[in-house]
Design a protein around this ligand. Structure first.
Ligand code: NAD
Ligand code: DAU
Length: 357
């Protein structure tokens, strides 16, 4: 790999999901000369309405399809002369992986292997000499921390949920394709993201949504589990940085240095919404309900992101105060988006926009 790479045609997988769509919106604005092909099967988590800002951009193309479909992936890589793959597509929700692990293995392990194999053949065809493959992964592959310490890139993988085990499987395949076949790979592992277009099954958007509707706020276990929160725009910028400047075969941790206990985050969101919804101070906190813990619930995640800062110059730009306030305001201003996502109506947009093509 060269020190700085300027991609010309990027295949983004899972670009209709939360982080993928934020990434495409950010990346296309920041890199107007680059083409982007978004391959997404549109599961429950894929929503093309997240991408209205780019849908008419001549440099953007959407393909509805499965990352496990090898001939389709091969066609896209060749026809579009793809020189970079940024692989977001996944089953991403830990609770769903507990109730139904199989699809997690198919999408997150087999899907990754198909993309790697087709990338290998594509690169060996010589069409894209500077080709690189970027795997988007998670801090959850490292398992759980006690009250002290941080995950570094050399922390052993110790995944505890079917979701994180499937992501770790994908990461190990990435390593194997680099070591065995010399595929130029990059692997990022990020902490919990928050921001616009976050599906309201995940903690922060679920709490916002339930507070607005005055529904119970389910806090798992004792609420003392810790997560490190990063704004999705900072993650998008980190992914762009690694894609352009990362060293082949390397892993880069990405985090916000922003640890919160779940109960403290829920209290904060309650209080910010008391103010915005004209409710009396403390009213929303009355909705908090402690419920049975998530099985295998990891106690604490905390990322050491010194490597990406030292080697590539990336660090978060959002303060949490600003990011969480903006996020809450985004949800309040986009209640139609939330209503369509929760009712399932957003799925009709694909037919209207792309039906018959
Ligand atoms: P998401 O669930 O919001 O979106 C996933 C997208 O992948 C959806 O658009 C879905 O339709 C698509 N998809 C699923 N199966 C597919 C298949 N077989 N073929 C094509 N497309 C398929 O997920 P997210 O939260 O945006 O996460 C994106 C990536 O980032 C994942 O790899 C996840 O592991 C990783 N990650 C997420 C977080 C987080 O906080 N959300 C943090 C670190 C890493
Ligand atoms: O750390 C990165 C990971 O962050 C990503 O890899 C995953 O794709 C993403 O979903 C996220 O996983 P978490 O399990 O940390 O996120 P979730 O929003 O599901 O939960 C955050 C914390 O809040 C976790 O400790 C469980 C707790 N929780 C969650 C929900 C949905 C509750 O207490 N109540 C809830 O209703």
């Amino acid at each position: 790999m060269t020190d700085s790479f300027t991609p010309r045609a990027v295949l983004v997988t899972g670009g209709a999901g939360f982080i993928g769509s934020n990434f495409i919106n950010y990346f296309m604005a920041a890199n107007p000369g680059c083409r982007v092909v978004n391959l997404d099967i549109l599961t429950y988590a894929g929503n093309l309405k997240n991408l209205t800002a780019v849908e008419n951009n001549p440099n953007y193309r959407f393909v509805r399809g499965d990352i496990c479909d090898a001939p389709l992936v091969a066609d896209i890589l060749a026809a579009e002369k793809i020189d970079a793959v940024v692989h977001f597509a996944a089953e991403s929700h830990v609770d769903r992986s507990i109730s139904g692990p199989e699809i997690f293995v198919r999408t997150n392990v087999l899907g990754t292997q198909v993309l790697l194999e087709e990338s290998r053949k594509h690169r060996e065809s010589g069409v894209a000499p500077e080709f690189r493959y970027l795997q988007i992964s998670t801090d959850e592959v490292y398992g759980s921390l006690g009250p002290a310490g941080y995950f570094t890139e050399t922390t052993p993988l110790a995944a505890n949920s079917p979701y994180s085990a499937s992501k770790a499987g994908g990461d190990l395949l990435v390593r194997a394709y680099h070591e065995t076949f010399g595929l130029p790979t990059l692997n990022t592992r990020c902490s919990n993201n928050y921001g616009p277009y976050h599906f309201p099954e995940k903690l922060i958007p679920l709490m916002i949504h339930n507070i607005i509707d005055k529904k119970p706020l389910p806090v798992y276990g004792d609420g003392q589990n810790v997560r490190d929160w990063l704004h999705v725009k900072d993650h998008s910028r980190a992914v762009e940085t690694v894609l352009k400047k990362g060293r082949s075969g390397e892993v880069y941790n990405i985090g916000g240095n922003n640890e919160w206990k779940n109960i403290d985050i829920v209290n904060l969101v309650c209080d910010l919404l008391d103010e915005r919804l004209g409710r009396k101070p403390g009213e929303n906190r009355e909705l908090i309900t402690f419920v049975k813990d998530r099985p295998g619930h990891d106690r604490r995640y905390a990322i050491d992101a010194a490597k990406i800062k030292r080697e590539l110059g990336w660090e978060p730009s959002y303060t949490f105060d600003k990011g969480i306030a903006e996020t809450i305001d985004w949800y309040l201003a986009n209640q139609t988006w939330v209503a369509e996502v929760t009712s399932g109506a957003y799925r009709e947009y694909y037919e209207k926009q792309y039906g018959g093509r």
